[in-house]
Write a protein that binds this ligand. Structure first.
Ligand SMILES: CC(C)(COP(=O)(O)OP(=O)(O)OC[C@H]1O[C@@H](n2cnc3c(N)ncnc32)[C@H](O)[C@@H]1OP(=O)(O)O)[C@@H](O)C(=O)NCCC(=O)NCCS
Length: 147
């Protein structure tokens, strides 16, 4: 799929991309909760889970992983390589998921950059999960506002 007037393209990927997603996740979430290739392969082999990769020329620069069950879609993770941020890639990845029913996600309360992205994409706060992350920090539950 082309993204007109952007310098990146979005591609739907299958389970074969698990090692690539793990590598991007590692560089994006270094020092945090990094998911390995086995975890991505397990997620991608489950029903309704889809990965969308952003590439510039042939270079993978970001991805979104989402799971759709009936009329609800959960954004499981999104990552854009630090060298390629603030050029609309994250926004394009989220927009691609919007429209797949009610879309929801969890985001760490301290993750201001992701919160700003989701706000721009029209998400609103739906709840708080205390101690959601391994380090004990809380997560906001956000839901798309266009449902
Ligand atoms: C969050 C993330 C995916 C955003 O990706 P991105 O490609 O840089 O986002 P975009 O360029 O599409 O930004 C879209 C909007 O989000 C907001 N935004 C993104 N990064 C921001 C930042 N660092 N500070 C403030 N606002 C920000 C802005 O409103 C921006 O629009 P603008 O550039 O016109 O002002 C990226 O920063 C990332 O991978 N972060 C680490 C991983 C992570 O936190 N994932 C989310 C887990 S829930």
């Amino acid at each position: 799929m082309n993204s007109p007037e952007k310098d990146f393209q979005l591609r739907v990927m299958g389970i074969e991309c698990a090692p690539l997603l793990a590598a991007l996740h590692e560089v994006t979430f270094r020092g945090g909760e990094v998911w390995d290739a086995t975890s991505f392969a397990a997620l991608l082999s489950g029903p309704g889970t889809e990965a969308m990769l952003a590439v510039i020329d042939t270079v993978p620069v970001g991805f979104i992983l989402a799971r759709t069950i009936l009329d609800e879609t959960e954004i499981l993770t999104i990552a854009v390589h630090p060298d390629f941020r603030r050029r609309g890639i994250g926004h394009a990845l989220v927009q691609n998921v919007l429209g797949k029913g009610k879309v929801f996600l969890e985001v760490a309360v301290c993750n201001n950059q992701a919160a700003a992205l989701y706000e721009k994409c029209g998400f609103v706060k739906a709840g708080l999960r205390r101690g959601y992350y391994r380090d004990g920090s809380d997560a906001l539950v956000l839901v798309s506002s266009d449902v």
